[in-house]
Write a protein that binds this ligand. Sequence first.
Ligand code: NAP
Length: 265
Amino acid sequence: MDAAAVAAAASSQQPAAAPPLAGRVAIVTGASRGIGRAIAAHLSALGASVVVGYASSAAEADALAAGLPRAVAVRADVADEAGVRSLFDAAESAFGAGAPHIVVANAAVLDDKYPTLVDTSTADFDRTFAVNTRGAFLCLREAAHRLPRGGGGRIVAITSSVVGSHPTGYSAYTASKAAVEAMMRTMAKELKGTRITANCVAPGATATDMFFAGKSEERVDEIKATNPMGRLGEAGDIAPVVGFLCTDAAEWVNGQVIRVNGGYV
Ligand code: NAP
C-alpha cells in the first residue's frame, strides 16, 4: 500500500466527527425570510435543532422547518414579552434537549419610506424601536435567564453596518440598532462567569425583501457601485459568520460587533 492508500484506510476507520452544534437547540427570530432564514438553515447544517421564529409568514416558516432535519416553526411577535417567552418554551419542549444554547435575535423592521429625521412620524419611530430594540432586548433578557452556564451558550443579535455609516433616511432604524449594540457590549460583561458569549453581527446592504423595499433600481445600482466588492451582500455571506460565533471555537470572541459588509464601512 502506498502512503495515500494507508492514509485513506486509516481515515475510513475513524468515527465521523459530530457536527459542531450537534445536541444544541437554537432559536432564530425572523427566520421565515431573508438573512434569518439563511442563518436557521446554516445552524441546522452545523447540527443544531432549530426554532424558526416568524411574525406572519407562516407558509414560508413551515416550509423551511419541514425541510430541515430537526426544526419547528413558531409564530411570535418579538415586541411582545409573552411572545418571546413562548419561543423559549417551544425551544425547551420541542426537541427534548432542554434549554436552548443559542439565540439569534434577527427579526427587525425598516421604514421603507426612508424619511429624514424631521419627517419621521412618532408612530414609525415607535414601531421601529418596538421590534428592533425592545424585541432584541426581550430576546437578550430571556436568553440571559435561560441559556445554560458552563459552555456553549451563545447570543447573537443582527444589527447593521448603518451604525457605522449613518446614511440619511435611516435615523430611527440606525438608532434602534445602535441601542442593541450598546446593550450587547454591556451584557457580554454582565454575563461574566457564565461562559455565554454575546455578540452582534452587523451586515451591510444585503439582497432581501427588506433591502429592496422602497428602493429604485438606480438606488440599488448606486449602493452596489459604492461597495468595494461592487455587489450587494447575500444572506449566504452573513450566515456562516453567525454560524462560527455559535460554535465552541468562537468562545474567545465576546462583546464584539462584527461588520460583514464587503468593506463599505
Ligand atoms: P426581511 O427579509 O424583511 O425579514 C425580516 C424577518 O423578520 C422576517 O422573517 C419577519 O417575519 C421577521 N419579523 C419582522 N417583524 C417581526 C416581529 N415583530 N416579530 C417577529 N418577527 C418579525 O429582513 P432581512 O433583510 O432578512 O433582515 C434580517 C436582519 O438583518 C434584520 O435585523 C435587519 O435589520 C438586518 N439587516 C439587514 C440588512 C439588509 O440590507 N437586508 C442590512 C443590515 C442589517 P415575517 O416573514 O413573518 O414577517
